[in-house]
Design a protein around this ligand. Structure first.
Ligand SMILES: *Cc1c(COP(=O)(O)O)cnc(C)c1O
Length: 415
């Protein structure tokens, strides 16, 4: 692998190989990460990266677009078929630019937006003050209830009635429960707000039929393509017919220049993969693995935010174990598990320390792991907490994690 790079740039080749080794030899539990198929990677590494294609199929500002037009048309068609959407824009470079486009298509700077608070599971682009969304718009936030740690839709409704936002934003990066799209729709209707749902995390679950779909009820749905959807790193916007023109115009020329046509083609490959029966099985397995892992951790005294999970991720509050999220992340890294510290609702710690970790099953499920492995991983996690000071036992746990990795080889054809 990487023969060409090794010839021309051994320094970078070494980094590429080391990263492949890292991905192979650790248990990847960052909930937003996954392993794309070799077909997706081949397409990302194709000559389409050389092509400028500002505009849209058949309406380009450059010649020579005949083939990339076909790729983008296929990607759009497949995205609409996969999600049952009226329209799709497959050009956003990322989930964040997809959101920027979708907001600016319908809002003016200073307009009011209402999204889930970052510290309660939301995303930076849903109005956080350090992000463009908080800088440009008058952003206010809803939260989860302190009792159930799930979204309090009654409270959200009252907040919407008082604040009258122009856009209601649903979606999260660290929320383990189903969303209620009927309730979001009726709240948005009551205050005459545009309803945008950002399904970046759960798109693969929606595609696989194991999470209710936001598409029928929301005006605009944004997403990434590289999380549970398991495609190339990028963004996607789905919308109703009447919202489509404004979105296209804001994507280009409003925000982006030339689309990344190699990524657009790779999105097409991803959408095709998502329509296959084995992707449905994959989506089911992501959810059942998360549930198995969550149950096994709760049996060992771990506190799961909201008491469990409906999707591919768990938010574990580790304060009852005498640990911070930061310490837990480091401890797990030490035994071969990669995850991220994460604030929990009503967290007393700073965002750099936090009281929780977020654990996800998308990447491990792609490797083929199932129920038995989830139970073993719960044992490794608990063992790490119990043996924090015992280097020998921690080394044993690390070896167990590496054995699991060996039993489920990643990219076996890459040499
Ligand atoms: C990951 C994520 C994004 C941002 O995606 P990037 O591709 O990293 O810009 C936006 N919204 C939500 C809810 C996310 O989870």
């Amino acid at each position: 692998m990487y023969d060409q790079v090794r010839q021309s740039d051994p320094e970078i080749a070494e980094i590429l190989e080391a990263e492949l080794g890292r991905q192979r030899n650790q248990l990847e539990m960052i909930a937003s990460e996954n392993f794309t198929s070799p077909a997706v990677m081949e397409t990302m590494g194709s000559t389409l990266t050389n092509k400028y294609a500002e505009g849209y199929p058949k309406k380009r500002y450059y010649g020579g677009c005949i083939h990339v037009d076909q790729a983008e048309t296929l990607a759009k068609k497949r995205a609409m078929a996969l999600f049952g959407a009226e329209r799709a824009n497959v050009q956003p470079h990322s989930g964040s630019t997809a959101n920027m486009t979708a907001y600016l298509a319908f809002l003016k700077p200073g307009d009011k937006i209402l999204g889930l608070s970052l510290s309660h599971g939301g995303h930076l682009t849903h109005g956080h003050p350090v992000n463009f969304s908080g800088l440009l718009f008058d952003a206010i936030h809803y939260e989860v209830s302190p009792e159930t740690e799930t979204i309090d839709y009654d409270k959200l409704r009252h907040q919407a009635l008082t604040e009258r936002p122009k856009m209601l934003i649903g979606g999260a990066s660290a929320y383990p429960r189903f969303w209620d799209f009927e309730k979001l729709r009726s709240i948005a209707d009551e205050v005459d707000a545009i309803l945008l749902f950002d399904m970046a995390h759960i798109a693969g679950l929606v595609a696989g039929g194991v999470h209710p779909s936001p598409v029928p009820l929301c005006d605009v749905v944004t997403s990434t393509t590289h999380k549970t959807l398991r495609g190339p790193r990028g963004g996607l916007i789905l919308s109703k017919k009447d919202k489509f023109k404004a979105i296209n115009k804001m994507n280009f020329p409003g925000i982006q220049g030339g689309p990344l046509m190699h990524m657009v083609a790779a999105k097409a490959v991803c959408f095709q993969e998502c329509m296959q029966e084995d992707f449905k099985q994959y989506a089911k397995a992501m959810v059942s693995n998360a549930k198995t892992l969550g149950d096994a951790l709760m049996e060992r005294g771990f506190h799961l935010v909201s008491g469990g999970t409906d999707n591919h991720l768990l938010l574990v509050n580790v304060s009852n174990k005498g640990l911070t999220g930061k310490a837990m992340e480091e401890l797990l890294e030490h035994v071969g598990i990669t995850c991220n510290k994460n604030t929990v609702p009503f967290d007393q710690e700073s965002p750099f320390v936090t009281s929780g970790v977020r654990l996800g099953t998308p990447a491990l499920t792609t490797r083929g792991m199932g129920t038995e492995e989830m139970n073993r991983i719960a044992g490794i996690i608990d063992g790490a907490v119990q043996n924090q000071e015992n280097q020998e036992n921690l080394a044993g746990l690390r070896a167990e994690a590496e054995d699991l990795c060996k039993a489920f080889p990643l990219y076996p054809d890459l040499k």
